[in-house]
Design a binder for this molecule. Sequence first.
Ligand code: GLU
Length: 408
Amino acid sequence: MLKTAQDLIKRAGERLGITQADIEYLLKTEAEHEFDIELANGERFKAFRTQHNSVLGPYKGGIRFHPEVDAEEVRALATLMSLKTAAVGLPLGGGKGGVAVDPRQLSQDELEELSRKYVAGLKEYIGPNKDIPAPDVNTNARVMDWMVDEYEKLTGDTSHASFTGKSLERGGSRGREAATGHGGIIVLREVLDELKDDKNPTTIAIQGFGNVGIFFAEIAEKDHANWQLVALTDSSGGVYNPNGLSAKSAHRFKREGGRLVEYGAAHAGTITNDELIATDVDVLVLAALGDVINEQNMYTVRARYVLELANGPISEKAYDYLTKKGIIIIPDILANAGGVVVSYLEWLQNKAREHWPEQRITQELEQYLTAATRNIFKRAVLDKISPKEAAISIAIERILKARNSRRL
Ligand code: GLU
């Protein structure tokens, strides 16, 4: 994933005609923190926080708890965050953190201990004006609440602006939990609109019926009568019905403790993750992990659009292949930017000690993402490049402009 992100920057940079030194500047990370967390039971885990670029503002980006987290993945994700905040026009930089752990193996108390020790290890390097982490894979409002509490205990800060994605009681924002999925809906709607594509029904398959995918699916179902969900999977596999299925009912089944694949067996039919990627649909939504479409399975994709709701879900080779085939990839740094946009709104509310109504959040989220989508797709047409390259080009220009104005 790191190589993919870096090659995309190099490619866009070379086409823009920027110097090699500027490309090096965009690739390098400003700081990398790596440490061990030891729990009271003696178990040890590797922890990371990478701060990629802060020329546009404080570092911003999530923290993930996943066994596959390593320094390279965190570096790739931090780089993508800098591009994302810049591409959608936020005054924020990019960072990312993680712990190499399978949180399902921990008790609630151990998870809390891990979260608090993560903050203790980083307290000098993070904070409301330095680096503001947020949820990512396997972390949520509860984890952020522990983290902000620990940060405030250790530093005396009382603003709650040191982390975003908190619960409402702890200074979180309305609309934050749904924001990434909601943002994906806005972006997809704008892209179809921009390309005057109003096929009815527009069929959709979602890989990753979790934190992000569930919100995407439920909002799609509620607000877009001509969009039809036909396949959903999570790590267990999932459900497929070419005639349409209900996200709400699949979600209820999961909430009550059932597995999505059992829902499939009890209802329309089951589907594996590999089969989902090869489904004949209009839109394939990738809302799980990185590199899920790669050299092995890229030939199987039949969708007309791929919406990257996860970070880095398509490898570089697969990206080239799909783009050549004419499949429109709606890039992660746009498609999943709803999360960081509402994080930014949460941070502003904390700093002003305000609580904004949901309507204001939705309105601002709409504004950021419709403007960014139009801008990126116009640029793609103008320069005859893919939307991903257009998004990266816009981000690069904004970062370098800020850097150059600072040097004067
Ligand atoms: N983890 C999310 C992302 O990858 C959100 C980051 C944030 O809200 O700071 O964009």
